[in-house]
Design a binder for this molecule. Structure first.
Ligand SMILES: Nc1ncnc2c1ncn2[C@@H]1O[C@H](COP(=O)(O)OP(=O)(O)OP(=O)(O)O)[C@@H](O)[C@H]1O
Ligand SMILES: [Mg+2]
Length: 262
C-alpha cells in the first residue's frame, strides 16, 4: 500500500544524506515497527511517506499511485500521525473540540462530526474527559486524545513517531496495548516508530534503521536474533535478549520461554 523505491534524502543545509537508498513495501493492515537510534533517519522517512518532504532521489507510491507535487495533498488524507509531544499538536480548547478539528477541516456536517468524535473518544477511553482542557491531562491521556484525533478521520495508515517516548514504561505499555486493540478492530495499517527494542515484540514486521539505511528487516524474532546488527545500530538490547544470547548463543527467547528454561 505504501511503496518506497530507492529513496534518498539530503537536507539542503546538510552535507550528509539523511536517507540512503531506502526501499520498503508497507503492506495493508500490518503493524510495522521502525526502530533506530537518534538521528538514524526515522522522522525523515515519515516526512517522505507523508509527502511533507520530496525525496532527493527515488519514488513513493501510495496504493499504486506515484506521489507527485500535484496529488500529494489528496494522498495525505489517507494518513494520520501522532508525534512525540502532543502539546505541540493540540488545537482545541477542550478534548472534544480538539478531536473534532480534523473533521471540521474536511467540512463534515455537525451531527456526523459529533458522532465520530464520540466514537473516537470512546475507542481510546477518553469520553469522560471530553470537556477537559487537553493541556491539563496526564502524558498518557494526552497521547490517547492525540490518537483519537488521528483516528477520527478514519485513516488508512496511522503513524506513531516516537509518540510514547515521553511516557514512563507503564504508560508506554498502556498506549502500545491500546494500539494493538485498535489494530485488531480496524483495518488500519500502523507504522510504529521507536528506539526501544522491547516495544516491537508484537509487530508483524520490523525495520532497523542505522545512519539513514535499513540495517535489517524481518519478523521480530529475526530482528532480535541478529544481535550484531542491533549493537552496531546503537540499540539497547532488552534483558531477555541479552540473557538468551549469553545462554543460547543467539537463539531468541521471549520472557516466558526464558523463565521456563531457567
Ligand atoms: N531540518 C533538518 N536540517 C538538517 N538536517 C536535519 C534536519 N532534520 C534532521 N536532520 C538530520 O537528518 C538526520 C536524520 O534525522 P531524523 O530526525 O530523521 O532522525 P530520527 O531517527 O527521527 O532521530 P530521533 O530519534 O532523534 O527522532 C540526522 O542526522 C539529523 O541531524
Ligand atoms: Mg525522530
Amino acid at each position: 500500500m505504501i511503496l518506497l523505491k530507492n529513496i534518498s534524502y539530503k537536507y539542503s543545509q546538510s552535507s550528509r544524506y539523511a536517507l540512503n537508498h531506502i526501499s520498503i513495501d508497507f503492506k495493508k493492515s500490518e503493524f510495522v515497527s521502525i526502530i533506530g537510534h537518534n538521528g538514524s533517519g526515522k522522522s525523515t522517512l515519515v516526512k517522505i511517506i507523508m509527502g511533507i518532504l520530496t525525496p532527493t532521489e527515488g519514488e513513493v507510491y501510495i496504493d499504486g499511485e506515484k506521489v507527485t507535487e500535484e496529488n500529494y495533498q489528496t494522498i495525505r488524507d489517507k494518513f494520520s500521525i501522532v508525534f512525540q509531544n502532543p502539546d505541540n499538536q493540540f488545537v482545541g480548547a477542550t478534548v472534544e473540540d480538539d478531536v473534532a478539528f480534523g473533521l471540521e477541516n474536511r467540512g463534515v456536517p455537525h451531527e456526523t462530526m459529533k458522532e465520530k468524535v464520540e466514537l473516537a473518544l470512546k475507542e481510546v477511553g477518553m469520553w469522560e474527559f471530553r470537556t477537559h482542557e487537553p493541556h491539563r491531562l496526564s502524558g498518557g491521556q494526552k497521547q490517547r486524545v492525540a490518537i483519537a484525533g488521528a483516528l477520527v478521520t478514519n485513516p488508512d495508515v496511522l503513524i506513531m513517531d516516537e509518540s510514547t517516548s515521553m511516557l514512563d514504561p507503564i504508560g508506554r505499555r498502556d498506549i502500545l496495548s491500546l494500539l494493538k486493540e485498535i489494530h485488531k478492530k480496524r483495518d488500519t495499517t500502523i507504522i510504529y516508530i521507536t528506539h526501544d527494542l522491547t516495544e516491537i515484540e508484537d509487530s508483524d514486521y520490523a525495520y532497523v534503521m542505522n545512519k539513514g539505511e535499513i540495517a535489517s528487516e524481518g519478523k521480530v524474532y529475526e530482528i532480535y536474533e541478529d544481535t550484531d546488527v542491533l549493537k552496531e545500530s546503537n540499540l539497547v538490547l532488552p534483558f531477555n535478549i541479552e540473557l538468551s544470547e549469553a545462554l543460547m548463543q543467539g537463539e531468541y527467547m521471549s520472557y516466558e520461554e526464558l523463565v521456563k528454561r531457567l
